[in-house]
Design a protein around this ligand. Structure first.
Ligand SMILES: [Mn+2]
Length: 420
């Protein structure tokens, strides 16, 4: 994406910061795996949103006093050693071109503490703002009992300057990230196109006896061949009873002749991911019973998408979908009392989609144009070895919605036709 987007994001964030404040963001680093091996690096999404940069161990500083503001970036210093072993490191010039941060405001991480003191925390002539009162950190907790990563990352700053009030940058950024720009939506659409090609490759090659892992590999092979960076999250390929496990990612069982196969997957475009679920018969033809259940979910999928418009919230969409799925289960003779729907449907019908697959945002916020959510009703009937989920990615527009995954077929007849 163009640097203008990131310049705009920083401007908006600075505007939302309190006076006499500065904010610190860390780009992250790959976690250790074993001996000298590391897990693949994934950029911190808020850092990316503000810089467009995807490198480890970078630090972003944004400071504000009255109508003055200043952005500083700290990057790793390029060296011959690093270049020989790890490939080219990003230069100041490159970082400046991608992020729009002035090259004179880009320093090396080794100088972070000294520069922070000279330019932010002192009253010297070099100070950008002098003696700020607040520091913003991303205080997101990934588990209720875990500390925010930024508290550890910037613990020395917090202990050196105990006079600073701690503020949460995460709440400000989450609110910003909920509404997507046209450029972000374009990126999601690219991801959807890759995902479509991967699903179609699966449909062309699926047959009874094939292993789930072959279909998983085929998806990833196809999207990467087309230019995708890879999968946005762990692919789910779940045949038969496996599909009743919501986050089944083992993907290592043979597909039975009468199985339905549930796919929940998404390709990346840049750092944006699609998130699509489709369910199909391994044999290429639904049995009568499978089709009856499938039609219930498909109908709830369509009806719920129809409800998407500015003003409604995700909790309301979920209540609607749950009610409709309950009616369907009664019609199918699976339950007698509507309240038993929870035995067969136990997730939410929607989540936000964006830089994260389960993107930021609360389920009570009224939807606004530019938000992107999934619509994914499902039923999981263990006794019948059937799990079905049909998931689309839906953009909220001024007058309603646009289904971004419309081109990925979902009618039972259309899927049977495609597979034959
Ligand atoms: Mn989803």
């Amino acid at each position: 994406m163009k640097k203008d987007i990131f310049i705009k994001h920083r401007k908006t964030f600075i505007k939302k910061m309190e006076d006499r404040s500065f904010a610190l963001f860390y780009s992250g680093e790959a976690p250790h795996k074993t001996t000298d091996q590391r897990y693949p690096f994934t950029i911190d999404r808020n850092f990316y949103y503000l810089t467009g940069l995807e490198r480890e161990r970078f630090i972003l500083v944004m400071a504000k006093a009255k109508d003055k503001s200043r952005t500083l970036l700290f990057i790793e210093e390029p060296s011959d050693y690093a270049t020989k072993w790890l490939g080219d490191r990003m230069t100041k010039d490159e970082a400046s071109r991608l992020s729009g941060i002035d090259e004179s405001d880009i320093h090396f991480v080794e100088a972070f503490r000294k520069t922070l003191h000279a330019k932010i925390m002192s009253d010297s002539r070099k100070a950008v703002i002098s003696l700020p009162e607040n520091v913003y950190l991303d205080l997101y907790r990934y588990e209720a009992t875990k500390k925010a990563l930024a508290l550890k990352q910037f613990s020395d700053v917090l202990s050196d300057y105990p006079e600073l009030n701690l503020k949460n940058a995460n709440t400000l950024l989450s609110r910003m990230r909920m509404v997507k720009s046209p450029e972000e939506i374009k990126e999601i659409m690219h991801a959807v196109r890759y995902t479509k090609s991967g699903i179609e490759a699966i449909w062309q090659n699926a047959k009874p006896g094939i292993n789930e892992r072959q279909l998983d590999a085929l998806f990833e092979y196809t999207i990467r061949l087309r230019g995708s960076e890879g999968v946005g999250f762990d692919t789910i390929v779940a045949a038969g009873e496996n599909a009743t496990v919501l986050h089944y990612v083992s993907n290592d069982q043979p597909v039975g002749a009468d199985d339905l196969v549930l796919l929940d997957l998404g390709a990346l475009s840049g750092v944006y991911s699609a998130d699509v679920s489709r369910t199909f018969p391994a044999s290429g033809t639904f049995t009568e019973r499978q089709r009856a259940i499938y039609e219930v979910i498909l109908s709830v999928n369509k009806k719920t998408i129809e409800k998407v418009k500015p003003g409604i919230n995700v909790s309301e969409l979920n209540a609607f979908a749950k009610e409709e799925l309950g009616k369907g289960l009664i019609d199918l003779g699976i339950i007698e009392d509507k309240k038993d729907v929870s035995d067969y449907y136990y997730h939410s019908v929607s989540h936000y989609l964006g830089l994260d697959v389960h993107d930021v945002g609360t389920y009570q916020t009224p939807l606004e144009p530019g938000m992107v959510i999934t619509v994914e009703p499902g039923l999981y009937i263990k006794d019948e070895k059937i799990g079905i989920r049909i998931e689309d990615d839906v953009l909220v527009t001024e007058d309603g919605h646009k289904n971004l995954t419309e081109a990925i077929i979902k009618e039972a007849d259309a899927i049977e036709g495609f597979m034959s």
